[in-house]
Design a protein around this ligand. Structure first.
Ligand SMILES: Nc1ncnc2c1ncn2[C@@H]1O[C@H](COP(=O)(O)OP(=O)(O)OP(=O)(O)O)[C@@H](O)[C@H]1O
Length: 350
């Protein structure tokens, strides 16, 4: 378990004034989970993740990994502790003069292993990341995705317990990103490795993370299970970042048509209410909507929506216009809520 306890990282800014790149952050990352830290550029993600192996020594606070406070270790103990923490980077950081094999072997050479011992470790790692056939190539002769695979194998060479990933897929195309994320997921499952990854892409979080934290201006503004945060994001920054992958707003064309439709509608026929419904798991597949329409004598128009998958669970988001008596609409929404659907009234956007 990793405990980030009241961590602050202060730098001297360009004009000499102090900048808190990370401000009083408390987080717990559980053993064996994939934990994502997301935020816009400059939010403090890299600074925070670099405190986890003390590449940045926090100005205040503690980093406790498996009960050991890294900030209290001497240089030798810290070197030892760092072996348990691998790291991969956006630009791979490979040595161009070394082959794929020799890049992966580097940390083992530094640890003083013999050639035979090194071979016994590198061969299965090449297999694990799917690079056996390319082991004698140089970095300039392989693709970005393959370079990141070398980075991953090198990070695993010392059998770490934790893998830190600093925007590891940001330089890759969507297809290659998916394959690298699948590889990280496989490593997490097969080796029981804890992975902490930072990203500015919600798609990455959605694809592989169990829990997540959102950072803004050095602070953690929201954290929890990915599915819970997708279902009901609290902070505007989170909502906007989720909107990059699952639309939180109604497209302007839909809004225009809706306004035109509402102008024409006859108020005596009941009231119109606009809602966003978020469904997860079983509630996606149950015929809940048709049930509430019948039960509460309403009319529903589905305006916009999508169904996706997060952490292996179906997740759906629908914008609907409900027409009926105010009492029936309120009762219908309470019923949906009781069935596990998150209901949010959106009348203010019309
Ligand atoms: N060594 C440093 N000295 C001074 N300021 C720094 C230093 N490192 C980071 N900062 C500042 O701290 C803030 C957070 O930077 P950080 O790189 O952690 O953000 P980030 O969320 O990782 O952004 P990006 O995704 O763009 O890398 C920024 O305002 C940055 O300019």
């Amino acid at each position: 378990m990793i405990k980030i306890q009241a961590v602050t990282q202060r730098f001297k800014g360009a004009n000499g004034a102090a900048v808190d790149a990370v401000k009083d952050v408390d987080l717990i990352i559980n053993k064996g989970e994939i934990f994502g830290i997301i935020g816009r550029s400059g939010a403090g993600k890299s600074t925070l993740v670099r405190t986890l192996n003390l590449l940045n020594r926090p100005t205040a606070g503690k980093i406790i990994i498996d009960g050991k406070d890294l900030t209290a270790l001497n240089a030798g103990q810290l070197r030892e502790a760092r072996r348990e923490i691998g790291m991969i980077f956006q630009h791979f950081n490979l040595l161009s003069s070394r082959t794929v094999y020799d890049n992966i072997a580097l940390p083992l050479e530094l640890a003083g292993m013999s050639k035979t011992e090194i071979n016994a470790k590198v061969t299965p790692l090449l297999e694990l990341v799917g690079l056996t056939a390319l082991k004698d190539r140089y970095p300039a002769q392989i693709s970005g995705g393959q370079k990141q695979r070398v980075g991953i194998a090198r990070a695993l060479a010392n059998d770490p317990k934790v893998l830190l990933s600093d925007e590891a897929t940001s330089a890759l195309d969507p297809e290659t990103t998916r394959s690298i994320l699948e590889l990280l997921q496989k490593i997490n499952k097969e080796l029981g490795l804890t992975i902490v990854l930072i990203t500015h892409q919600m798609e990455v979080i959605k694809q592989i993370c169990d829990r997540m934290a959102v950072m803004e201006a050095g602070e953690v503004i929201e954290h929890g299970q990915v599915i819970d945060i997708f279902r009901s994001p609290k902070h505007p920054v989170t909502r906007s970042m989720i909107g990059d992958v699952i639309s939180q707003e109604l497209p302007s064309g839909v809004l225009q048509r809706l306004r035109a439709q509402l102008e024409k509608s006859d108020a005596s026929e009941g009231t119109d209410h606009l809602f966003r419904l978020a469904f997860i798991g079983d509630s996606v597949s149950q015929p809940l909507l048709s049930e509430v329409v019948r039960k509460f004598n309403l009319d529903f128009s589905i305006l916009h929506g999508q169904i996706d998958e997060i952490q292996g669970q179906a997740f759906g988001s629908l914008a609907i216009l409900a027409n009926g008596s105010s009492t029936d609409i309120a009762a219908a929404m309470a019923y949906l809520n009781a069935q596990g659907v998150t209901v949010e009234e959106l009348n203010h956007v019309i």
